[in-house]
Design a protein around this ligand. Structure first.
Ligand SMILES: Cc1cc2nc3c(=O)[nH]c(=O)nc-3n(C[C@H](O)[C@H](O)[C@H](O)COP(=O)(O)OP(=O)(O)OC[C@H]3O[C@@H](n4cnc5c(N)ncnc54)[C@H](O)[C@@H]3O)c2cc1C
Length: 429
């Protein structure tokens, strides 16, 4: 008997990292389905292009799975399967196969050799031209609803459509000018999905103290930070920090902020951040070092010793804060002063964060509740045919390529899952 094959239709909403990789993986699987990619912007991957300061920190050089998953503040267990199937080394290989050479920097961040995020997006532009993905540029999806026969009704600002599969890759709501305005949350709610409270993550803090301004631009390459979240938990982060004209910033601060996304913060309710200038040195290490030096070189100025170990501007700040004269000779330094310096270098230097810097968070903490999504396929547990990928879900990591890694991996898993559903059952009409 002759049967006409029905061509399945797939909609991917949002051409960010997750949506782009989802479409690319569907192309690879050659399902014969119609692939429609809806993007409200005039270009693909607008956030990918500006990521990593325009260089696009595509993924990480970290290969150890446990260490890798520890970089996700929310959703690390959920991501295990997706990242297991498309880990950083495979992401690396994938882009190199698409003729974008990558490099791993000393801190394990991976970038295109060209240092140009546009090269990453160009990969997808070329793929979609060659393989006939229907990209609906400048078409904003307004509504996504259940339709008859388990199809999905999609309304845009220009037309209405019916799809067999829909992938929500609309991102979070950070950096809204890039198009990520949190539209997908309400789309998902139409299918009964729950959205957790949302908060900012990977942001800088403005501080009550004015002194960061006086050392604005000074970076500490490996500081240790500690603060207390609203739930009473002590949160910690290590790595580079930067003092700025408004307060404090930098990768370790961003990591700390991801644990404080839902903590109250204001003038009345500041969050105290304690800073150790060099994460690798404890109070005892500094105390011993200062003691030995003051014994060995009694006639030397104390500031000369400190400047051997710390940046000049930081030394000046420390001496000023402790009211110790830098020109004092080592031999003149009392035991108490020695300990005060060691304490200040190991957590007693504090800043009171009073505000998150408005609009500068890199990612959204929170999103679609993960229990409602099958982590092995990215399919909704509430509606078959509905899938998720990327930041729209309650997953986020610290800086270093982990957020894009999660988006590539979940977007790809969603695409592959749809392909395997299509390949196992070809609907007929
Ligand atoms: C400044 C900045 C720098 C960053 N740098 C890095 C980095 O170097 N490395 C890293 O790993 N992570 C980085 N991140 C985080 C990372 O970019 C994001 O986590 C990731 O891009 C999220 O991908 P996504 O596909 O889930 O969503 P998004 O990239 O947010 O894409 C969602 C897309 O959906 C479209 N869209 C939304 N609603 C609709 C609608 N209704 N109709 C049609 N289209 C719609 C949007 O226009 C957008 O293009 C950075 C983030 C920022 C803001």
């Amino acid at each position: 008997m002759h049967k006409l094959m029905k061509i399945p239709k797939i909609a991917i909403i949002g051409a960010g990292a997750a949506g782009l990789m989802c479409a690319a993986s569907l192309i690879e699987e050659n399902t014969g389905a119609e692939i429609h990619l809806f993007e409200k912007n005039t270009i693909l991957g607008s956030k990918v292009i500006i990521s990593g300061g325009g260089r696009c920190n595509v993924t990480t050089g970290i290969r150890d799975k446990k260490e890798l998953l520890s970089k996700y503040t929310r959703g690390s267990q959920f991501l295990k399967s997706a990242i297991g199937k498309f880990p950083p080394e495979k992401v690396y290989e994938w882009f190199e196969k698409q003729a974008v050479p990558l490099k791993t920097e000393k801190d394990q961040r991976v970038f295109p050799v060209s240092n140009d995020g546009k090269d990453i997006v160009r990969v997808f532009e070329k793929l979609f031209q060659k393989h006939e993905v229907k990209v609906h540029y400048k078409e904003s999806v307004q509504k996504v609803m259940k339709a008859e026969d388990n199809q999905i009704d999609l309304r845009t600002d220009q037309d209405k459509y019916l799809f067999d599969y829909v992938v929500l890759t609309t991102g979070g709501n950070a950096y809204q000018h890039t198009g990520s305005t949190g539209d997908g949350y309400s789309f998902a709610k139409n299918f009964g999905h729950t959205v957790t409270p949302l908060g900012p993550s990977l942001n800088s803090f403005m501080t009550a103290e004015e002194w960061p301004k006086s050392i604005s631009g000074l970076a500490l390459p490996n500081a240790k930070l500690e603060a207390q979240a609203d739930d009473g938990k002590t949160v910690k982060a290590e790595g580079p920090i930067l003092f700025t004209h408004f307060g404090i910033s930098g990768p370790a601060l961003f990591a700390l902020s991801s644990h404080l996304s839902f903590s109250k913060i204001s003038n009345e309710h500041p969050i105290q951040i304690s800073i150790s200038a060099r994460a690798e040195k404890s109070f005892q290490d500094w105390d011993k070092l200062i003691h030995e030096e003051t014994q060995r070189r009694g006639a030397q100025q104390f500031q000369t010793f400190l400047k051997k170990h710390l940046q000049n501007r930081l030394v000046e700040l420390i001496l000023e804060q402790l009211d110790i004269e830098g020109i004092k000779k080592n031999s003149e330094l009392s035991k108490i002063d020695r300990e005060r310096v060691a304490h200040l270098l190991t957590g007693h230097l504090t800043l009171n964060a009073i505000k998150r810097r408005p609009g500068d968070e890199f990612v959204t903490a929170g999103g679609i509740v993960l229990d409602e999504i099958n982590k092995k396929t990215m399919q909704s547990k509430l509606h078959s045919g509905l899938f998720f990928g990327g930041e729209i879900m309650n997953v986020d990591g610290v800086t270093g390529g982990f957020n894009l890694q999660a988006s590539w991996a979940t977007g790809r898993l969603a695409g592959k899952s749809i392909a395997s559903m299509l390949n196992s059952a070809s609907p007929t009409i």
